[in-house]
Write a protein that binds this ligand. Structure first.
Ligand SMILES: Cc1cc2nc3c(=O)[nH]c(=O)nc-3n(C[C@H](O)[C@H](O)[C@H](O)COP(=O)(O)OP(=O)(O)OC[C@H]3O[C@@H](n4cnc5c(N)ncnc54)[C@H](O)[C@@H]3O)c2cc1C
Length: 173
């Protein structure tokens, strides 16, 4: 719709008044935020594979940023690393509170990029990478208990040598 951030915030507020409305209108986190990232930074191929089914309601997604050993208030403290090996990224890290963790077909994972060739800029720059949830090494440990419930779909996830192709990078470091 071409709305800016503030216009979108007001629209989300109105659309979310009724129970279930946020999901019905497709404005529920984390899908809505991920859709916006893909609209703005996705390649045509990424949009075809992930964005269109996401906004059609055919699949779910998650955004994997916060880490148990780092203050979420300060993204500079994130340690999850993506090391470039040839045409792949190999991701290692520990995340938690990844909402939609059990249902998501893919995660957008916030990592530090380490490209030994130097082609992609300085080591340690942040990058976001699309990781299909069925990729070997994506280990969903548990749904974290919140608001008095013993579990939830806000998941703790260990990314253990998760290998995805470079074309899964969003924009660049
Ligand atoms: C229900 C739920 C869903 C979530 N979903 C997601 C998700 O889908 N993906 C994801 O990546 N994350 C998710 N999160 C995590 C959320 O983004 C973090 O909890 C948030 O960023 C805060 O980080 P933290 O928990 O590490 O707290 P901290 O950053 O450790 O903060 C703890 C306390 O310390 C205070 N504090 C921190 N730094 C300072 C400072 N420098 N000076 C003074 N006070 C400070 C904070 O205000 C806060 O009160 C979710 C969290 C919840 C509860």
């Amino acid at each position: 719709m071409g709305l800016d951030f503030l216009q979108l915030a007001y629209m989300y507020e109105v659309l979310a008044y009724a129970a279930g409305a946020a999901a019905l209108f497709g404005v529920a986190a984390p899908n809505s935020g991920n859709a916006r990232i893909l609209v703005k930074y996705g390649t045509d191929e990424q949009k075809r594979t992930w964005l269109l089914p996401l906004i059609d309601g055919q699949l779910e997604s998650g955004f994997s940023m916060t880490e148990p050993d780092a203050a979420g208030s300060d993204p500079r403290s994130l340690t999850t690393e993506a090391v470039r090996e040839g045409d792949d990224w190999v991701i290692n890290g520990h995340k938690w509170f990844t909402s939609n963790g059990f249902a998501a077909e893919f995660f957008i994972v916030m990592c530090r990029a380490n490209d030994p060739t130097g082609e992609l800029g300085k080591p340690g720059q942040m990058t976001q990478i699309i990781v299909p949830s069925k990729t070997p090494g994506v280990n969903i440990i548990r749904g974290i208990g919140i608001f008095g419930h013993s579990t939830s779909d806000h998941c703790e996830i260990v990314y253990d040598n998760v290998r995805v192709p470079m074309e899964n990078t969003l924009a660049g470091p």
